[in-house]
Design a protein around this ligand. Structure first.
Ligand SMILES: NC(=O)c1ccc[n+]([C@@H]2O[C@H](COP(=O)([O-])OP(=O)(O)OC[C@H]3O[C@@H](n4cnc5c(N)ncnc54)[C@H](O)[C@@H]3O)[C@@H](O)[C@H]2O)c1
Length: 279
């Protein structure tokens, strides 16, 4: 990674007071995630774009893993533009063999797995009385079981390394309660419990596990709302900070939780919603 390094030089002189000079040059600097490998599910999605870019900018190699190969490739290319090694894989996180094969491929190709970002989700919007049993099972399989399968698959690699960071993407909807998304919201609540208990299970292996609860971000997920302008206005009314959140905001938080700077934080669910939901 190349970063500007600046030195501010003050030279004092007997007669003339002092001279001031600033020198700036580009030097290679090791990022906080240099040498780490990140496995990001839902890796072709809107928030994943910010997540993969931030991890890459901090020096991590990134595997963008998505049920859509095309979407994963787009995000992996963006991460590569940030100077990282990046690969794209087509994986259904609800399918154990697909997950295990992908984790093994990534470990072989990029040299292990240090960071897992569980981010894949589906979010069908309809009245709760219209949810078919198979649809309920599908939402749980992707949004909750998928998180377990990925954590289970990366665990041996993290244990072998003697450290690891797991970040689970939950949602503000769990804390608020959100109509027309009953199965989705239930799955997001499950992620909070999953995060707490997994944190206790793997803490002794020096692996920290945290969740983030995003508010509203303008990705494909938001397109489920019929009145986009009205929704945008309503979101800004809810937030303390009067701008819309961006994938970069999410990326910054995930990169922090994936780094050693967060090594004493575990089992937490951190809201990132512009000061909307306060707990
Ligand atoms: N955008 C928001 O406002 C918002 C708010 C709260 C939480 N979230 C959460 O953030 C995460 C990312 O959402 P997003 O907004 O980027 O939406 P998105 O639809 O852009 O991304 C989700 C990605 O998951 C992928 N995916 C779906 N099923 C999969 C499967 N079986 N296996 C692998 N990948 C699969 C999709 O192809 C998609 O690329 C989700 O967990 C979502 O619940 C988003």
């Amino acid at each position: 990674m190349l970063r500007f390094v600046g030195a501010y030089i003050i030279v004092t002189g007997r007669d003339s007071g002092f001279f001031e000079a600033e020198s700036r040059r580009l030097v290679p600097v090791a990022g906080p995630l240099e040498g780490r490998v990140a496995f990001v599910t839902g890796g072709g999605g809107g928030l994943a774009e910010g997540i993969c870019a931030s991890l890459a900018a901090d020096g991590a190699s990134v595997a963008a893993v998505d049920v859509s190969r095309e979407k994963a490739e787009r995000v992996a290319e963006l991460a590569e533009a940030n100077g990282a090694s990046a690969v794209a894989l087509e994986v259904d996180v609800s399918d154990r063999s697909s997950v295990e094969a992908a984790v093994a491929d990534v470990a072989r190709e990029l040299g292990g797995v240090d960071i897992l970002v569980n981010n894949a989700a589906v979010y069908p919007r309809r009245a709760w009385t219209e949810i078919e049993e198979e649809e309920w099972d599908r939402v749980m399989a992707v949004n909750l079981k998928g998180y377990f399968l990925c954590a289970r698959a990366v665990y041996p690699y993290m244990k072998e390394r003697g450290r690891g960071n797991i970040v689970n993407v939950a949602s503000i909807t769990f804390f608020v309660g959100w109509t027309l998304l009953l199965d989705y919201v239930a799955s997001k609540g499950g992620i909070v419990g999953f995060t707490r208990t997994l944190s206790r299970e793997v803490g002794p292996d020096n692996i920290n596990v945290n969740a983030i609860a995003p508010g509203a971000f303008p990705t494909d997920a938001e397109k489920i709302h019929p009145d986009q302008e009205g929704y945008n206005r309503w979101v800004l009314e809810q937030q303390s900070i009067k701008r819309r959140g961006t994938p970069e905001d999410i990326g910054n938080l995930v990169a922090f939780l994936a780094s050693d700077a967060s090594s004493f934080i575990s089992g937490q669910t951190i809201g990132i919603d512009g000061g909307w939901m306060m707990r």
